[in-house]
Design a protein around this ligand. Structure first.
Ligand SMILES: Cc1ncc(C[n+]2csc(CCOP(=O)(O)OP(=O)(O)O)c2C)c(N)n1
Length: 204
């Protein structure tokens, strides 16, 4: 059962991670940085088409937003996107208040909420049936946080975030499908390509 889907508080369409990730990647044309979280978020980011400005988190849950925060602060002229699973975000809820306090306006965060730890066997997250992650984000100080009602609304919220006066968080309810691709698991190469993509390393 997709427990997020049964939460009556969220009157939003159940979408698909790869489809939404592809929609995001398709509209990038300014060397925007995109940080994918552990597992499915970075698998789908990879499958949507590798770019030098993509970073793929391996191994640790909950680090997409903290890493994206660092990039956004270090390069304020660059737009930074971060994609994280709901289960992973639960590991690092404190990052929301840190981001709200530092408030980089060039940061857009997407929470892919399927209500489960899909990649380890679809166990329901403890929050799935009782918590509203967007409400948690708002209460953490990220006032510009909302659920996307459907794919068009997702694209509209992404567009809106580009001119927002602070960080944006977008919650999307997704199905329980696994990621489409499989990122090449070479952490050193991932880091070096990303730093080169951000212009902070000499060409390889
Ligand atoms: C600290 C830690 N605990 C457990 C794991 C094992 N693990 C890897 S991915 C994952 C589930 C991720 O869930 P979510 O972020 O909701 O993404 P989904 O798999 O649903 O796409 C778990 C439990 C881990 N890598 N790190």
């Amino acid at each position: 059962m997709n427990t997020a889907a049964s939460n009556p508080a969220r009157n939003t369409k159940i979408m698909n991670r790869f489809d939404l990730t592809s929609r995001l990647v398709a509209r990038l044309n300014h060397q925007e940085a995109v940080i994918g979280g552990i597992g499915n978020t970075n698998f789908d980011l990879w499958a949507a088409g590798h770019r030098p400005q993509n970073f793929y988190m391996l191994g640790s849950m909950g680090l997409a937003f903290p890493i994206a925060l660092g990039v956004a602060l270090a390069q304020p002229e660059r737009r930074v996107f971060a994609l994280e699973g709901d289960g992973s975000l639960l590991m690092q809820l404190g990052s929301l208040t840190t981001i709200a306090t530092l408030a980089p306006k060039n940061l857009t965060m997407v929470v892919m909420d399927n209500g489960v730890y899909q990649i380890t066997g679809a166990q329901p997250t403890p929050a799935a049936a009782v918590a509203d992650i967007v409400a948690v984000a708002i209460a953490s100080g990220l006032t510009n946080s909302s659920w996307a009602a459907d794919e068009e609304d997702f694209e509209r919220l992404i567009e809106q975030s580009l001119t927002a006066s602070g960080p944006t968080l977008i919650g999307v309810r997704i199905d329980d499908k696994p990621g489409v691709g499989a990122t090449r698991r070479d952490p050193v190469q991932i880091r070096e390509h990303f730093m080169h993509g951000l212009g902070v390393r000499e060409p390889l």
